[in-house]
Design a protein around this ligand. Sequence first.
Ligand code: ZN
Length: 131
Amino acid sequence: MFRNLFSKKQRRQDIDATHFKSVLKKELKRLENELQTVGHKKDGEWESQATDVDVNASDDADIADNIENYESNDAIRRQLQIEYDETILALKKIKNGVYGICEVSGESIEIGRLEASPAARTCMTHKNTKL
Ligand SMILES: [Zn+2]
C-alpha cells in the first residue's frame, strides 16, 4: 500500500522541486534558529531548556519563575519540533521524488497549498486527517 502510494511513476512534473527545496531549506534554518532560543540539540534530538534562568534562585518566587519559563519554552519547542520534523520529511520526499503527493489519497497536493505550507503532507480534502 505504502509502496504503491509512493511509486516513482507518481513523481510530479508540474512542480518546481528546486524552488520548494530552497523554500524548505530556508524554513529549516529558521526553525533551527528558533529552536535554539528555547532548547538545545542533544544526540540529534531537541531538548527544551529555560532561558535566562537564575541558577542561584533561592526563593520560591524565583524558582516558580524558572519552572514557568521552562514550561512555556517546552510548549514552544514541541510545536517547533513538529514543524521541524515535517520540514525534514518534505525535503526527504523531494529527494525521493514523492513531494507534493497527499499521504492519504495519493492525489496531487494543490500548488497553492504547497506555496502556503511547503511541508504539507496532505491535499486540502485531507488536511484534517490524522496521520
Ligand atoms: Zn488527499
